[in-house]
Design a protein around this ligand. Structure first.
Ligand SMILES: Cc1cc2nc3c(=O)[nH]c(=O)nc-3n(C[C@H](O)[C@H](O)[C@H](O)COP(=O)(O)OP(=O)(O)OC[C@H]3O[C@@H](n4cnc5c(N)ncnc54)[C@H](O)[C@@H]3O)c2cc1C
Length: 501
């Protein structure tokens, strides 16, 4: 059943088995899954059925870091406050995190995740179904027609990361009716989770606010924060203020290690042996004949090649062009100029191209979500995000591209060259040739203990009995693939845990 919180006569039940905060990819996945187990569920969703600027403005807040804040108003524009959450605007790129993302890696991620890729793999088929694709695999040329197979898979030093393109699934549109029809689900729209009551280590109730001034109290046996990568941290910070840092914050971890994927744009070229057709899968979306959805391949190098060079995980998209104003457009103009110059400078038959490099975000405790004293329209302290790239980030980018070019050479399949336009030489300090991908990872990281993170391997907030977190805020490391496929798989795993609890 769907109720509108702005209607003062809308009466949810006083107590549920599970209360879920947020109806985006994570919250809707969790509610649907739990609903099949005959549990009573209340979903609190801050937004309504349609986009509403007044709701969206509640997301506004200051950003500090390596990117020109005024150009993209990060906090207001990189997420969506309405039923279905940010899936109303996402692009649909799906891929699991590579196994190495979970592992401890000296200098990159000393502790690794408390779970491994194998713990999530059983949930991938169902996650794929929810995202309206068939189960994705990296490093496979299955599904490509003979003339379009990506030639670089199955090479010792090179890897292909296949992205599988969801339609893209708009969770509110696709699954809203199912939630509305479920007798054991109450989805309360236009209702913001604001405060909590606690009894010892147990959360007993969430108190809500809305733009009409209504206040409600929702009791439950279990509570799950699924308010998105940034809001999960914000809510935990607010609740810790009121409850003596008992909710995963005894060691000042909430909000820390926030990560987004920065991408850098540049021009490059593959020489000789690599025929243009071999790059088709990397340049253009292809229809996968076997899986019946589109795919887009990205290039990277083997885990061994990365480890030997002490690099973060990275991937390179070729020919990915984002139209519109802003940093990408300027980078494109610069890349086009570089390509023009390369035409005269590169051997006949080579293929100048435009590359987008995405590196795994650095682990930096000072990159964080905080709250400031200025109140939002509901009277709650606004969010602030700091995300700064480290001084050696340009060098890391150069080393990643060099590793890729060397791997192509070591395979004997061609030579590569990356061209850095003089203007581009200032990246990323200028912020001009980089942009953020709106992937809000970290802030409530998964860890074995409360000194190094906020939730345990089952996504339960350290120091609490019955409060869990769903979304990419629990990612211990950011990896390089886009996060939503992993968010959905992790949420399905959390549902199993809650059912067995
Ligand atoms: C332009 C763009 C393109 C993207 N493309 C991709 C892509 O190709 N692939 C990919 O994997 N990812 C992509 N993403 C990221 C993807 O959209 C997110 O990873 C995903 O939506 C996160 O799901 P979520 O449920 O954690 O958060 P959200 O989808 O943001 O949902 C959170 C929900 O919680 C609600 N909420 C917030 N605060 C409260 C509160 N206090 N009380 C009650 N409810 C609350 C919000 O209104 C929202 O509905 C993209 C993002 C953007 C902006």
């Amino acid at each position: 059943m769907i109720l509108d919180g702005l209607d003062s006569s809308a009466m949810p039940a006083p107590h549920y088995d599970v209360c879920v905060v947020g109806a985006g990819a994570a919250g809707i996945t969790l509610a649907r899954k739990l609903a099949t187990r005959s549990l009573s569920i209340c979903v609190l969703e801050a937004g309504g059925r349609a986009f509403d600027q007044a709701q969206q403005d509640i997301y506004a807040g200051p950003y500090e870091g390596s990117f020109a804040a005024e150009e993209f108003e990060y906090l207001r524009t990189s997420r969506t406050r309405m039923l279905g959450g940010t899936t109303n605007y996402w692009t649909g790129y799906c891929a699991p995190l590579q196994e190495s993302c979970f592992e401890p890696r000296p200098g990159i991620a000393p502790n690794g995740w408390p779970i491994r890729a194998a713990d999530l793999a059983p949930y991938y088929p169902e996650a794929a179904e929810i995202l309206q694709i068939t189960p994705p695999v990296h490093d496979s040329d299955a599904g490509y027609s003979e003339s379009r197979k990506p030639l670089l898979v199955h090479r010792p030093h090179l890897r292909t990361l296949n992205f599988h393109l969801s339609p893209p699934t708009r969770f509110g549109d696709v699954y809203g009716a199912e939630l509305a029809a479920a007798d054991n689900v109450h989805l309360l729209l236009n209702t913001t989770a604001a405060e909590v009551s606690m009894d010892g280590d147990r959360v007993t109730a969430i108190h809500t606010r809305d733009l009409a001034g209504n206040r409600r109290t929702i009791g439950a046996d279990h509570f799950v924060l699924a308010a998105g990568g940034i809001e999960n941290s914000r809510l935990l910070l607010l609740w810790n203020r009121a409850h003596g840092n008992r909710l995963g914050n005894r060691h000042d971890q909430v909000g820390r290690y926030f990560m987004d994927h920065a991408s850098v744009h540049m021009a490059g070229s593959w020489f000789r042996e690599l025929p243009h057709a071999a790059l088709n899968a990397y340049l253009f979306q292809q229809f996968d004949e076997v899986r019946r959805h589109h795919t887009k391949a990205a290039l990277t190098v083997s885990p061994e090649w990365i480890a030997r060079r002490g690099l973060p995980n990275f991937l390179v998209h070729a020919g990915f062009m984002a139209p519109g104003p802003g940093p990408e457009a300027r980078a494109l103009i610069s890349a086009a100029r570089a390509i023009d110059e390369m035409r005269g400078a590169t051997p006949a038959g080579s293929f100048p191209e435009y590359f987008q490099l995405i590196t795994e975000p650095p682990l930096d405790a000072d990159n964080r979500v905080t709250v400031i004293d200025e109140p939002d329209e509901l009277g709650l302290p606004r969010t602030q995000v700091r995300f700064r790239l480290p001084p050696d980030y340009p060098d890391t980018c150069r080393r990643c591209m060099r590793a890729l070019v060397e791997a192509v050479g070591a395979e004997g399949i061609g030579r590569g060259r990356v061209y850095v336009d003089p203007d581009m030489g200032r990246w990323p300090e200028s912020g001009q040739f980089t942009h953020l991908q709106d992937h809000h990872n970290g802030g409530t990281r998964m860890s074995t203990g409360e000194k190094t993170g906020v939730v345990d391997a089952n996504c339960r907030v350290h120091g609490t009995d019955n409060l869990h977190v769903a979304s990419s805020s629990v990612f211990t490391t950011g990896g390089v693939p886009n996060p939503t496929f992993t968010i959905v798989a992790l949420t399905l795993r959390l549902a199993d845990h809650l059912v067995s609890a």
